[in-house]
Design a binder for this molecule. Sequence first.
Ligand code: FNR
Length: 400
Amino acid sequence: MTPDTPDYGPDRQAEVYLNGMLEDERPEFPVSYEDLEKRAREELSEEAFAYVAGGAGSESTVAANDRAFDAWQIVPRIMRDISERDLSVDLFGREYPAPVMLAPIGVQSILHEEAELAVARAASEFGVPMVCSSVSSYSMEAVSDELGESPGWFQLYWSSDRDVAASFLERAEAAGYEAVVVTLDTPKMGWRERDIELGYLPFLEAQGLKNYFEDPAFRERLEVDPRDDEEAAIASWQACFGDASLTWDDLEWLQAQTDLPIVVKGVLHPDDAREAVERGVDGMVVSNHGGRQVDGAIPALEALPDVVDAVADATAADRDVPVLFDSGIRRGSDVIRAIALGADAVLLGRPYALGLGIGGEDGVSAVLENLLADLDLTVGLSGCASLDEIDRSTIRRAER
Ligand code: FNR
């Protein structure tokens, strides 16, 4: 079953209930996000769990991301023929079955040995696009091979070594990725208390550095093969991972390196959204990186409406600049609220990472299957038969 099946949600629901009734069988993986997190805490190493679940500082923004959804409530409509729902969305000329993508999540080898390969297989089962991280545990080429015809986007951490950044873009294009997501909120990693308390950064164990170690431009920086002096290679990666000197004027350089659509990730301020549109970006992701960068930062959902308005203001009539959203998507109703506030699609992050941690490919598939079924049902029960019917009138601010 794929999410373009007309009765996807109810079919999935029926399958689970029938298995329960006839076979006395319960779903293998937790359904709620809270239980997924609980299981992952039990099964993963302390370090891996902290790396995924943790955020910057006191983690106030991680918590605020979750609460922000409760500030908006859906006002369901009735009598609207929702017998068939169409969740499809068009982005950069390609149609996707649902407004859901898999967010770039690095170093997945700390969660499961099959890491991004398992995620790519699960994503392709549903036709859901996967965004492969710069710091993936398998190379971007290996991930793309695993995706086959299924859509993939590549996430760029913009290296301070321009040759490395250019080489990554060239390789992403050659490997068949269809868009570049350039993450601009992470020129350096945030102050993450859990990781600091454990003295743990997976990259220093050479995890998540495959793209670098196999890259011809990166290898130019080294005197010997990374396998012969791993420490030197890791130190060289640390020295060029991000570029804190970047300003908007640098964007032109990036645009000149690739023909792929460029989507900037980490937009929270409407002035940055406006600037990005004026500088010709093709899309953006409203995101606070799941609360991992700036503790006390605005919940991404709160930032979304102002960014959407700024983009609409700044965009010429003949241009379309999609606004994507992440940071706090846990359930179908969260997707609906983000769409209602103007997002074209959302990126799912921690839920699928936890699914990977507890069940590899099957765990990711279960998370996706449940989220898509929940989304399909909740869209319909809210009175909408397609995403076009979800707008600001679908929700209202909760009374405090
Ligand atoms: C991330 N995120 C991330 N973003 C990115 O652009 N490149 C990356 O390599 C990573 N790596 C990464 C690792 C882990 C463990 C997490 C949890 C997150 C951020 C990610 O793309 C997304 O913005 C957040 O996950 C959204 O927040 P939620 O919904 O997962 O809480």
